[in-house]
Design a protein around this ligand. Structure first.
Ligand code: C2E
Ligand code: CA
Ligand code: CA
Ligand code: CA
Length: 279
């Protein structure tokens, strides 16, 4: 009702719903709050385990950003990351988050790797790339234990810059993963053109694997493809025991999802690892 009059005054066929207007205002508020926030303090990193199916061991944790905004309350990354990307703030966030993730990882057993999400926007900024490289170089853990995840929808930026950045990150010793595989425009051509060490199969394919034959077949084929290509593969969003047993049957390598754990705070990692090590 609040927006009814406004819609009328525009006098056009309006595809915007009330929700859309609200969304635009909310986005603007998020951007303003991001600019004003003490991000060093308000940004937090949580960690979700990645498990090797064959050995049933935790092999890595993926760092996931949380923003405990003083002004807005908790804002999910699905909301603030795209806004940070659009408004040119993402580089600052990435640097802060990487610092926190590395600081946490220094306390982990050295069999455990760190996965960290980079925005393709980061890779298009030479200044941010340089800063990231410096941080990785000075990192408290070996770069060979660091895995950088890049979402494929974002790869449509400046392919040459992204390619160059990926090459440098690999030269440093890091692995580079193609995240959300299968959800972008040209998954296979990205896999072909860029030297990824790993793909992460998006959870949309996994959920429904046991009910939708198409989902099942896609996951099956992707697992076969990565095996053939000799690259690693993580299946994301595994929630149920049924999904887990299907993935085992199909020879899946690594899995991540609520089935094992939701993202956890840094302080809970040691306990989680100890619990899982018990027979
Ligand atoms: P992502 O990189 O694909 O991360 C996986 C997301 O799936 C996480 O959501 C995780 O909590 C969620 N998830 C994990 N297992 C399950 C499951 O079994 N079921 C379901 N339904 N969800 C599951 P989250 O933490 O909300 O992050 C959302 C997205 O935000 C990430 O997707 C990533 O694209 C972005 N993001 C998060 N942290 C960062 C960051 O530090 N930097 C950048 N650039 N992006 C980030
Ligand atoms: Ca990721
Ligand atoms: Ca993903
Ligand atoms: Ca995602």
């Amino acid at each position: 009702a609040l927006y009814h009059g406004k819609r009328h005054r525009r006098g056009t066929v309006n595809i915007f719903t009330v929700d859309h207007d609200t969304q635009i205002q909310r986005d603007a508020a998020v951007e303003i709050a991001l600019r004003k926030a003490d991000l060093e303090r308000e940004l937090v990193v949580v960690f979700q385990p990645i498990v090797d199916i064959a050995s049933d061991r935790t092999v890595a944790f993926e760092a996931l950003a949380r923003w405990k905004s003083v002004a807005l309350g908790d804002v999910p990354p699905t909301q603030f990351i795209p806004i940070a990307e659009r408004s040119g703030l993402i580089g600052r966030l990435t640097v802060i988050l990487l610092g926190k993730a590395l600081a946490a990882a220094r306390h982990w057993p050295d069999t455990i790797r760190l996965s960290f999400n980079l925005s393709a926007h980061d890779l298009c900024s030479p200044q941010i790339v340089l800063q990231i490289i410096q941080m990785l170089n000075d990192a408290p853990i070996e770069t060979s234990r660091i895995d950088l995840e890049i979402t494929e929808t974002a790869l449509l930026h400046d392919m040459e810059q992204v390619q160059e950045a990926i090459r440098m990150l690999k030269l440093l010793g890091c692995s580079v993963s193609l995240d959300d595989f299968g959800t972008g425009y040209s998954s296979l051509s990205h896999l072909h053109a860029l030297p990824f060490t790993k793909i992460k199969i998006d959870r949309s394919f996994v959920q429904g694997m046991d009910s939708k034959p198409a989902s099942y077949k896609i996951v099956k084929s992707l697992l076969a493809l990565t095996r053939d290509m000799g690259i690693d593969c993580v299946v994301e969003g595994v929630e149920t025991v049924e999904e887990m047993s299907l993935l085992r049957e199909l020879g899946g390598k690594m899995v991540q999802g609520y089935y094992f754990s939701r993202p956890m705070e840094e302080k809970d990692i040691a306990g989680f690892l100890a619990d899982r090590a018990r027979p």
